[in-house]
Design a protein around this ligand. Sequence first.
Ligand code: ATP
Ligand code: MG
Length: 571
Amino acid sequence: MKASELYAPTLRESPAEAELLSHKLMFRAGLIRKAAGGMYSYLPLAWRTMKKIMQIIREEMDAKGGQELMMPITQPAEIWKESGRWAVYGDEMMRLKDRHGREFCLGPTHEEMITTLIRGEVRSHKQLPLMLYQIQNKYRDEIRPRFGLMRSREFVMKDLYSFDKDRDGMNISYEKMYDAYSRIFSRCGLKFRAVEADNGAIGGGHSHEFTVLAPSGESSIAYCENCDYAASDEKAELKIITAEAEELKPIEKVSTPNAHTIELVKNFLGVPIEKTIKAVAFQDDDGRLILAFVRGDHEVNEIKVLNAVEGALHLHMAEESAINAVGSCAGFMSPIGLKSGAIIVVDATVMEMYNAVAGANEVDAHFINVTPKRDFDAEKIIVADIRMVQAGDPCPHCGAKLKMTRGIEVGQVFTLGNKYSKSLNATFLDENGKETFFEMGCYGIGVGRTMAAAIEQNNDKDGIIWTRAISPFEVVVVPVNAKDPAQLDYAEKIYDELKNSGVDTLLDDRKERAGVKFKDCDLIGYPLRVTVSPKTLDSGLVEIKVRRSGEIFNFGRADCVEKIVELLKNL
Ligand code: ATP
Ligand code: MG
């Protein structure tokens, strides 16, 4: 390909709204243009990279027995009503009606579609396992589309669905996909961790998020450097922290004027924060009051609270009136002496505390010498791990101190069990001729988000630094003065030889100043630049610049192509 014919409009400035480096760089390097909030055109350079990512994905999916197909993006409402998700999915789903008034959506995901596709046709256990996937646009009307391709409303996703005859089979499919994902992101040259994740709305068995480590990431993850444990902060399981046993003192109510926060209480009473118990009051969609108690220096993890309370779907901050109705008041809550009506969830670590400070359920008063094991009514409370992980917490696998980092979720793997086969009534006949629900899994990768994450992880002040595997071109050959026929001719020959050696090469034959061309090369970030200058013509030495390290090599004309091919292997 010749740069004079390539549509890659580079710019000096990025759009004002672009907050994230990858967004700015993709815009400036002529990779993307915005059509509407969260909707982008992928220009030729971006699409070349995305096609390379998709090719890697296809190879790895196929290697595990995946078969590619293509389902409609537009999905009839009926199948979503059947599974019960039409009502649940909410405003994120883009809905439309056809001319007859029939309801449809633009697929945010395809569990319903694929399950109803195979339902009635895959009838025998002998047809299992089955792994089907597609790569296509998905639609989610995100509340805040932002960060360019990271969180858009229309995006390219690979989604694979596995069907197995039993749990063991499902787990084998899961392992296969886990392995394929590790290979995909390694081949893309990304630093990532497979993070134990919360299953979110999809429900069922276990899940991992493949997370690219980058400070700009939206997810916060806890990981261990001593073993391979990694989990999202929402999910990270925590060990119970036990305190040294103390002699139990009698509980006592003390006056704590205006001390309505844990900071104020601890200062007023002069106790360490680890000796205080703090409360957060929620209400769920049904208006039920849920009081969560953690140690003063800990934070409540709402997801864990949701998981601990049966039937709770969402949590909102509680109304003061609801707190008053159970005989307490905001800022001074504790489980001791409450009227009935509240669901009380106590963090397991709180149950190990001795002689602690807790609210007295009246304004400006606290209890001291509270020992939850003695003072909380075990019958009326739920004890669970409900706190948020913090740096330094012990690793649940090996006990070493956990670290926290940020990351970008580029892919997720889920076991679904028979959640969808049951709600959509999809069965097959097992070995004994018995109707059995499929055991399913689903596995997604965001192609655009993967490209953006690669840029977040690989850039410098001059622009993007692609790894060879996903670079729009592997090598750019630049005659510094393309108006000089001798230079252009020399460059073209190298370009032809590289292409004949199977290297994806761009010839920058634009009649621009050398400075402009070099700047564009750095901005777009091709792994290798081959420069042809008057010096090259004189000396027969070809200059090669490695984008990532800035190293410069001068190779003799005769074997330069061979050496470039060699260099590329490590990029
Ligand atoms: P998030 O938590 O970031 O909203 P998700 O967990 O809802 O994502 P999945 O349903 O697991 O996303 O989708 C699979 C993959 O699709 C994600 O790992 C991500 O790479 C990509 N993806 C999801 N939502 C978007 C989006 N709005 N824009 C771009 N890519 C997305
Ligand atoms: Mg996800």
